[in-house]
Design a binder for this molecule. Structure first.
Ligand code: AMP
Ligand code: GLY
Length: 423
């Protein structure tokens, strides 16, 4: 079969890397892709939200599966666009419907869904510009720190955690009245602070059955010791060493099953990945967010640990036959470390030549913001490449990633040298 992957990050390179191994594959395309995906697939210059252009490409190249990497096309309704078109209906779009994508597109929608389906989560209330005074009064009823979340998509920047009540009230005012995050903060969810340790679980569902994939933990802050600005993610580890069988059983019973049952009972059409961000408080799981796609860089450690045929698993979605698929999980740990452009997540340069790619041994370089320019691989984004390695435990795996990073360079390259420091 011919497959199209939408997106251009390390996540999409990791999907390509797994899918290209399948004997079911004829041709693989990635739109728009990067210099890494170009090594194993054909890059196509298409915007991931230009559905008409995607349709024309899918028909011309007889694509029967579209794997959607990022959230934007899902929230914009790519699944529904394919379903509503007789010439596209047969295409297996890996991703939820527009209504279901609201689990990521609206924090309030996600919180209400969790409450209706008894999924454990932090207590909350939501507010608009008309109720900003009630919001401030609500802050007075909570203990610090205060968690303020823009309702809509804000590129991972929409969550503020503030220690001081006056500052929190000012921030609430800026979000609701001052348009701090544009339309995304027309509504703000204020919630109870959960003091615990974070991890993520990834669930595949064909709308009927589900499969829990390997766990992962990512490191979102730019600075060592989890300090400084939030980024898309600076590194990840899989499996999460503290996620033992007892905890995983709790997560499955208390979080995964009610979530999957909720999708079905609320008729939210969902054939894709559910990324569940958890806070573990005294060994009990609480959901802090849903994402309706795989994480980046978590995908760069989760997919390399699935040694069975990923394309076969995804192909089973079309016939709701996921329950028949046999999964094989690599028992080794996988870690990834993201190399970013100096200045990221604020202003940074592009176009710097990347040196040493041919020196890497015993690690996989997943390209993120890279492109080919005059025959050389150059940087083309803030997060440039993720270096993934296997090991008997995460420390051994990390050692290999760091050894290989020492052979890689570009002008003002930066990475965190403490991935996994808290484990
Ligand atoms: P989110 O975009 O919802 O994942 O939030 C971004 C980050 O804020 C999370 O990864 C957590 O580190 C933190 N966070 C979100 N909600 C809470 C909460 N209720 N208590 C503590 N930390 C939180
Ligand atoms: N690494 C976090 C995310 O993909 O949202």
């Amino acid at each position: 079969m011919n497959v199209l992957i939408l997106g251009s990050g390390g996540r999409e390179h990791a999907f390509a890397h797994s899918i290209v191994k399948s004997s079911l594959l004829s041709k693989l395309y990635v739109a728009p892709g990067n210099a890494g995906t170009a090594l194993m697939a054909t890059n196509v210059d298409l915007s991931v939200t230009d559905f008409d252009a995607i349709k024309a490409f899918v028909l011309e190249h007889e694509i029967t599966m579209v794997v959607v990497g990022p959230e934007a096309p899902l929230v914009a309704g790519i699944y529904d666009y394919f379903q509503a078109d007789d010439s596209l209906k047969h295409v297996n779009v890996i991703g939820p419907s527009k209504n279901a994508a609201m689990l990521e597109g609206s924090k309030e929608f996600a919180k209400e869904f969790m409450q209706r389906n008894k999924v454990p989560t932090a207590a909350y209330e939501s507010f608009t510009a008309a109720s900003v005074d009630q919001g401030k009064a609500f802050i007075d009823t909570l203990k610090a720190p205060f968690v303020l979340k823009a309702d809509g998509l804000a590129g991972g920047k929409g969550v503020l955690i503030i220690n001081d009540a006056t500052e929190a009230k000012n921030a609430l005012e800026e979000m609701l009245v001052g348009g701090k995050f544009g339309e995304a903060s027309n509504k703000v969810v204020i919630e109870e602070f959960l003091d615990g340790i974070e991890m993520s679980v990834f669930v595949m569902t064909d709308g009927d059955s589900y499969k829990i994939m390997p766990t992962a933990k990512d490191y979102k802050r730019i600075g060592e010791g989890d300090t400084g600005l939030n980024t898309g993610g600076m590194g990840a580890v899989s499996p999460v060493p503290f996620a033992d069988d007892t905890l995983m059983q709790k997560i499955e019973q208390q979080v995964v099953i009610p979530t999957i049952n909720g999708l079905q009972s609320e008729q939210l059409d969902y054939k894709g990945f559910v990324f569940i961000g958890l806070m573990i408080v005294n060994n009990e799981p609480f959901v802090i967010e849903y994402n309706v796609r795989m994480g980046d860089p978590e995908t760069e450690v989760v997919l390399p640990r699935i040694s069975s045929d990923l394309l076969s698993h995804l192909n089973a979605f079309a016939k709701a036959a996921l329950h028949k698929e046999q999964f094989q999980i690599d028992p080794r740990s996988a870690t990834t470390v993201m190399c970013v452009a100096g200045g990221y997540p604020e202003a940074y340069d592009k176009g710097m030549r990347i040196n040493g790619l041919d020196q890497v041994e015993n690690s996989i370089v997943f390209h993120a913001g890279t492109k080919k320019h005059n025959g050389e691989v150059v940087t083309n984004g803030g997060r440039v490449m993720a270096i993934t390695s296997y090991g008997d435990d995460f420390k051994h795996a990390l050692k290999k990633s760091y050894e290989n990073i020492s052979k890689l360079s570009f002008d003002r390259m930066y990475y965190r040298s403490d991935i996994g420091f808290d484990l």
